[in-house]
Design a protein around this ligand. Structure first.
Ligand code: FES
Ligand SMILES: [Fe+2]
Length: 370
């Protein structure tokens, strides 16, 4: 196929549990994965469990204020340490099976009869550590023994989109507070969600509110693909809200030139960042099955906006509608991925051709699997 139309991936990439397992092994368990908002674990003992690839990962704040990540598996006979998605423990994690007890930094600190087994090394039999790094106010974890370079894999996505890494600094994302979080249970393969996010050919059809605010999105060639370009708000638009009404003041450190502009960044494999003058919307995807993805979306505002209880509902509503419109489209595609009509895939029009780059990336990841 040449010219205007290029091929997509074949349908089986979205339905085959074997391919999904390969993706878990060679993408989600190898790359940096944005797991949890650091501020959600405010105090020592606060924890959260997340599924990363095929593993359950336990992330907790320790007594010194740091975050640690572990495999959520007892070193004794393998019981899950925490079954809750989030919670708080006092001083330690105690396995509910035979009561092996681990400090918040993972070290084995107690077990029935442990003192009569002096040869048991408490670090060696501590919880298995997972690499963790904080950036943008989120904890990113990596299950690889040797994690890939954070700058090549994560930071580079920002440089590629905005033209420089510093361009994101003015939003001071790590200083913002969560004004709203919505968790979406999307019955679609994670790649459908990424591909959808990467193109705006659908904007005119399914996003009436968004195209009202960002008129250039209506022509399908979302300027979001050109390095450094931000989509301009429409002339009558006062803020990034569902009805174009006034938002909040621009974030304090944000450059004048970024006022009244929207930027979107895809950080492979599971993060989307949307930047507007007065807030930031950050999506984390948790692929849980070949045909199901949990998406956690945070609307982040200046601290004082959240602390003083300002009404964020009109700005939340805009992207919440966009999310619902997008996820409905993805769910509409998912069942058709197994149709014989899609056995050899579909096609990408010119304004979607860059999605071909995502497909090449994916195939190459799968081929380079150990
Ligand atoms: S399995 Fe955890 S203490 Fe035995
Ligand atoms: Fe969309």
């Amino acid at each position: 196929m040449t010219g205007s139309l290029i091929s997509t991936l074949e349908g089986r990439y979205y339905t085959d549990p074997g391919i999904f397992a390969q993706e878990q092994a060679s993408i989600f368990e190898k790359m940096w994965f944005c797991a949890v908002k650091s501020g959600d674990l405010a105090n020592p003992g606060d924890f959260r469990t997340v599924q990363v690839g095929r593993e359950s990962v336990l992330i907790a704040r320790d007594r010194h204020g740091g975050l640690n990540a572990f495999l959520n598996v007892c070193r004794h006979r393998g019981a899950r340490i925490c079954v809750d998605e989030a919670g708080s423990v006092k001083r330690a994690f105690q396995c509910p099976y035979h009561a092996w007890t681990y400090a918040l930094d993972g070290k084995l600190i107690a077990a029935p009869n442990l003192t009569s087994m002096p040869d048991v090394d408490r670090v060696e039999y501590g919880l298995t550590k997972v690499h963790l790094r904080e950036w943008l106010g989120y904890a990113w974890v990596c299950l690889a023994d040797e994690p890939p370079s954070f700058s090549d894999d994560v930071l580079h996505a920002v440089t590629e989109r905005l033209g420089s890494l510093e361009a994101i600094d003015g939003y001071e994302i790590d200083q913002l507070s969560v004004g709203k979080r919505i968790v979406y249970d999307v019955k679609a393969n994670w790649k459908l969600i990424i591909e959808n996010f990467m193109e705006c050919y659908h904007c005119a059809t399914i996003h009436p509110e968004l195209t009202e605010v960002l008129p250039e999105f209506a022509d399908g060639y979302a300027a979001q693909y050109y390095v450094g370009h931000g989509a301009e708000f429409g002339d009558e638009i006062k803020g990034f809200t569902v009805d174009g009404s006034e938002g909040f003041g621009k974030l304090a450190a944000l450059e004048e030139e970024r006022d009244r502009k929207y930027y979107a960044i895809t950080i492979k494999p599971q993060v989307f960042v949307n930047l507007v003058p007065d807030h930031v919307i950050l999506h984390r995807m948790y692929p849980v099955a070949v045909d199901r993805t949990i998406v956690e979306c945070d609307w982040l505002y200046a601290k004082e906006v959240v602390a003083t209880g300002r009404d964020v509902s009109r700005s939340v509503e805009l992207f919440h509608r966009v999310n619902e419109q997008d996820f409905e489209a993805c769910e509409r595609c998912q069942p058709a991925m197994s149709s014989r009509a899609y056995a050899r895939g579909g096609v990408l029009v010119p304004s979607e051709h860059h999605i071909g780059g995502f497909h090449e990336w994916l195939v190459q990841k799968l081929e380079s699997a150990d």
